[in-house]
Ligand binder design. Structure first.
Ligand code: PRX
Length: 654
């Protein structure tokens, strides 16, 4: 880990054009003017006020218990039911007929789910889980596509106090295996397949493969029928969701759970080979996701919100399920790919449903920039009033293009910085109040305390870059790494005592606004998805051909970063390697072991890796070369000619 290097970026020291809020945008907002000041004056009082927007079956009297840092307890003596907050209370308030989810299947089938429908489905699913023996405190793994049942299942878990552990549908069998082992899930809910680019993407088969060898905790697999696709059902283990729902009551009495009850576990890549299962609480998590949803997106009663993330990532948890539903919002949920059957698909949906707020990732924006503005421009996107960006740094060019082409030169863009660990937005402008700067996340969310510091722990001056830290606990912070408290301390809280270190670099401009600069550790960000260099390296050396490997995240015009790997083959395997396409074999191996998202863009078999005298691999040099730049200072290498050979090899490939 080291602070971002290089010249001070221009943006930090040169004034840039910003976009003040337009009066017609601000009109009708319910965001109070003095939110930041209020939060700064009384941080805990401010968060308590936000938490009181939720419905508590037993009101809390304590706000924060920080007596055992870094393990925070928020609103700990209160009790609430998260599903009741996301569903029942809206129905009770007479909003049962309001659409909660406009669901769109990739083949074109649709479902309109009102809050009353959601209420019924969540209660049925809760009864089903209880019928199968799931109890409060149990963990349920979900490996599901973007279908309504995924939301029903998540909320059903919340309703009965079970902890869900959603695994993104693109992850491989071995990723599922390690996650169910880590969480101890007895039940897995999956689907017979999902629709992806006109084909059926298998899910059940992947679960079968994950559970093939004994020694895992899973006893039952519940299968939702979604795609036209036959699957084998394992006698005594597998059950169809629709069959099991037959005759199940659609009324379920919910009880409250303590605010600190674990709502979910979500695994994410870190700097080691083993993914971390971050776990989140109920009350604090919901309070901050609900608050940030309505503030960052300036939510209005008639809005149609759309977050294009997959529910398998934290963005889907917080801004498809919990944030929007806690606010009784109407939203879009789309099953398939943005480019199926054509690149018009997303814009058709925005047009057809009158989407007002659209939240997506810079990779998608850059992808559309490449394919040309005529695609969005052949659609009426005038319903949009706000756009949001998440997952990776957004370059000013993409920001401007997003505003001009998708936002008709009119909509504000909120760049929201946060992480699986933070649970909810931590840095984001308030679009009704701030003059927006293209490419900047601007200010901490009200009630959040951020500081950019040097490696020595000193606050950087305006105009400088450093490491992003959070100095005070916040309600939606992860409560730990499932089963490994020490790793939680070591990973986030040990570099700078008393502070949370996010792993990201940031700059502070002369106005004090924040610019997010990406990871400064061994974590890559590919299309807004987090991947660990170490995890991919260890998967590569697990292949019989490979003796050593080094993986870097090289800059990529569209995906932000791309996985590029360098491998040294085993001498004993050279003959075997000569008869196959080594690159294809190793790219496939990584995809199989981790998931297609981790498939390297390139694999270079090299004679040797660049190492220092103490044996440390100089990944920075490899990264430069992978980006088409000169390798840089090779003076600390044992043998500088190693880098010359690699540079030549990469150049030759072009
Ligand atoms: O590097 C930051 C980047 O994504 C990382 C968190 O990844 P994950 O936990 O998968 O959550 C992604 C969605 C919240 C961060 O450490 N990141 C996220 N949002 C931004 C960002 N980088 C720059 N700007 C952002 N808005």
């Amino acid at each position: 880990m080291s602070a971002p290097e290089g010249d001070k970026i221009d943006k930090l020291i040169n004034p840039i054009e910003s976009y003040p809020p337009a009066p017609e945008f601000v009109a009708g907002t319910s965001i109070p003017e003095n939110l930041r000041e209020r939060a700064a004056a009384d941080r805990l009082g401010f968060w308590a006020e936000q938490a009181r927007e939720l419905e508590w079956s037993k009101p809390f009297t304590e706000v924060l218990d920080w007596s055992n840092p870094p393990f925070a307890r928020w609103f700990a003596d209160g009790e609430l039911n998260v599903a009741v907050n996301c569903v029942d209370r809206h129905v009770a308030a007479g909003r049962g007929d309001k659409v909660a989810i406009h669901w769109i299947g990739e083949p074109g089938d649709t479902r309109t789910i009102t809050y009353a429908d959601l209420h019924r489905e969540v209660q049925r699913a809760a009864n089903l889980l209880e019928k199968l023996g799931v109890r409060a405190g149990d963990v349920v793994t979900l490996y599901l596509p973007m279908i309504p049942e995924t939301v029903f299942a998540m909320l059903a878990c919340a309703r009965i106090g079970a902890t869900h552990s959603v695994i993104f549908g693109g992850f491989s069998a071995s990723a599922i295996r390690s996650r169910v082992e880590n969480s101890g899930a007895k039940l897995v809910i999956t689907a017979n397949g999902s629709n992806r680019k006109g084909r059926v993407f298998p899910l059940k088969e992947t679960v079968d493969e994950a559970l093939a060898e004994p020694g895992h905790p899973v006893e039952q697999v519940l299968v939702v029928q979604r795609a036209e696709h036959e699957v084998d059902m394992v006698e005594g283990r597998d059950l169809w969701w629709h069959e099991q729902l037959e005759g199940v009551s659609d009324s379920h009495e919910a009880k409250g759970f303590p605010a600190e009850h674990p709502l979910f576990i979500l695994h994410t890549s870190g700097t080691t080979g083993v993914p971390k299962g971050l776990w989140h609480s109920s009350g604090g998590y919901l309070a901050q996701t609900a608050f940030t949803f309505r503030t960052s997106f300036d939510q209005r009663e008639d809005d149609v919100f759309w977050c294009s993330a997959d529910v398998g990532w934290v963005t889907g948890h917080s801004y498809i399920v919990y944030g929007p539903l806690a606010n009784g919002a109407t939203q879009i949920m789309y099953e398939g790919a943005h480019d199926f059957p054509s690149l018009d698909r997303w814009f058709e949906i925005i047009e057809e449903y009158g989407v007002t707020a659209f939240y997506t990732a810079p990779t998608a924006i850059r992808g559309y920039m490449k394919s040309g503005r005529e695609i969005p421009q052949r659609h009426d996107l005038s319903s949009l009033r706000l756009l949001g960006s998440v997952g990776e740094p957004i370059n000013p060019e993409a920001w401007e293009w997003f505003r001009e082409v998708i936002g008709s030169n009119r909509t504000p863009i909120v760049d929201t910085w946060w992480q699986t660990e933070t649970g909810a937005h931590m840095i984001a402008p308030i679009a009704t109040q701030d003059a927006l700067k293209p490419g900047s996340g601007q200010k901490p969310v009200p009630g959040i305390s951020v500081e950019v510091i040097t490696e020595q722990g000193e606050r950087v001056n305006p105009g400088e870059m450093g490491l992003l830290t959070i100095t005070e606990p916040w309600p939606s912070m992860a409560r730990g790494i499932w089963g490994d408290d020490q790793r939680f301390i070591d990973t986030y809280w040990s570099q700078f005592p008393g502070r949370y270190f996010a792993g990201d670099g940031a700059g502070v401009d002369l106005d004090g606004d924040l610019w997010l600069l990406g990871r400064v550790d061994d974590v890559m960000n590919v299309s807004g998805h987090r991947l660990s260099t170490t995890e991919i390296e260890s998967v590569l050396v697990d292949h019989e051909l490979v003796a050593e490997s080094a993986v870097v995240g090289a800059e990529d015009e569209t995906t932000g970063q791309a996985v590029v790997s360098f491998v040294v083959l085993k001498d004993s395997q050279r003959e075997a390697a000569a008869s196959i396409d080594v690159e294809a074999e190793l790219r496939g191996h990584v995809a199989k072991r981790i998931g297609a998202i981790a498939r390297p863009r390139a694999v270079y078999p090299v004679a040797e890796l660049p190492k220092t005298r103490s044996g440390k691999i100089m990944r920075r040099l490899l990264k430069n070369v992978a980006e088409g730049k000169p390798a840089g200072d090779t003076s600390t290498l044992t043998d500088a000619s190693v880098m010359d050979a690699i540079t030549e090899q990469v150049r030759a490939r072009g």
